[in-house]
Design a protein around this ligand. Sequence first.
Ligand code: FUB
Length: 531
Amino acid sequence: MNLKRIITFVIVCVLATMTLTAKGRKSKEPVRITCIGASITEGATTADPSRDSYPAQLQRMLGNTYAVSNYGVSGCTMLKKGDSPYWNTEAYQNALASDPDIVFIDLGGNDSKAVNRVHMDEFVKDACEMIASFQNLPSKPRIIVLTPIVSFVEDPDGIYDAVINRLVAPKTIDAADRMRVEVLDMHPILKRHPELMPDCIHPNAEGSEMMAKKMYEYLTAWPEKPSDHMTIDAMANNPFITHLYTADPSAHVWDDGRLYVYASHDIFPPRGCDYMDRYHVFSTDNMIDWTDHGEILHSGQVPWGRREGGYMWAPDCAYKDGTYYFYFPHPSGTNTGPTWKIGIATSKEPAANFTVQGYIEGVPSFIDPCVFMDDDGQVYLYNGGGGKCYGGRLKDNMVELDGPMVEMEGLYDFHEGTWVHKYNGNYYLTYPDNFIDPSRGNKQYNRMHYAMSKSPLGPWEYKGIMLEETDCDTSHGSIVEYKGQWYMFYHNCALSGRGNLRSICVDRLYYNEDGTIQIVEQRNRSFLDRY
Ligand code: FUB
């Protein structure tokens, strides 16, 4: 072998055995996760922190390709002027020296105490500095900031949840936003589990496991930072479409791997739902960056539609054998009540070039089509309004009913906006109610309810509310699984404060073990403060 060949051989062997990561770490070395925080991170009140703290449980969940280290110190604050700044601890120095690949920052609960909250104006600055101190390490770690979990303490001078909710959590998110790092919103996860927080502040082993599970699920769903933008649980902020007013989101994942949202459009300046016209489609592949594919249809393109136009209300879309079927409610007459039709437009593309084909004959004159395709390929159509919800089978051609639609049985206080999905062998029918809120001037603020069934056409067993009221009179939503996570799409009026200028939102949806749905935590409910 000549010298050149020997050198080449040695290089190949070295590369084969020592595949280096971008950061120069050997690929076989575990990913180093550094957890900084206070007593909850430390696992202070658990029976055995080395086993029960959330970092310890995260380590077990992730396995030996990760090395999770716990740098939690009881009582510490993010605030430099706090009564016990994390900045002054040896643990902080050790965390900086830990050569981390990923850093979880979990500080802020102690900052909510009366003695510390007087310095709250400095929280964002201090949090940004804390983030920067890790960002500037030679290992250039990925940084994920955690909002503090709920506190059930009743003493308003203590670790007080109203302060966490209204000040610490938003400021934590603000700091992460400025520093373009990720945020995991931990605040909601134990809200309904005071029994897992025996002293009202610290989770027990089971509560810590819930925290670790959320972190584990996030890391496995997003092994790399999903975007250069700041992310909250890897989702754009709510509302996620802000350049125009949108409502009635119908979400679907198509074969190209993207998630598409078909939405109706509230016109500006507002003239009411009667004048709604045109539909837009939005899509994403990471829940953060959304593409507006533009307008796909307006009432002028509906040959059988009412001559005055408008009334392009909540749509849905389905895909079969290379064709996208867009279903939209629209009246054919000036007198809308008896002339609502479920129109169909088709395209070979998910978000462009739709052509109106006609409408489905024999559908009761109601609004809000929902098209659900079961695992066996059978397709179902639903619509409703005026307290009645109907469902029936569609033929294979997707444009004709296969028998009459029948009224769905077992729903409570149905209003409109049907959505049907399937999870673990159960069928779910979700819908807005007719709620009038006595605490908000006896005005309409619809909430969303759900019912379950073993069959797509019921009978349904009513289960309860799964999306509380927003700041809108109407509500309307869809549920979809994307990349292993379940999401609830809905609309609110956060951008406008007006019921006829709505904006589409998305939040995580969680099931309980028995298949029931947990109430969706609405991010950005701060707008409700104005009431
Ligand atoms: O957007 C117009 C109508 O308002 C929808 O069809 C209903 O579901 C409600 O959201």
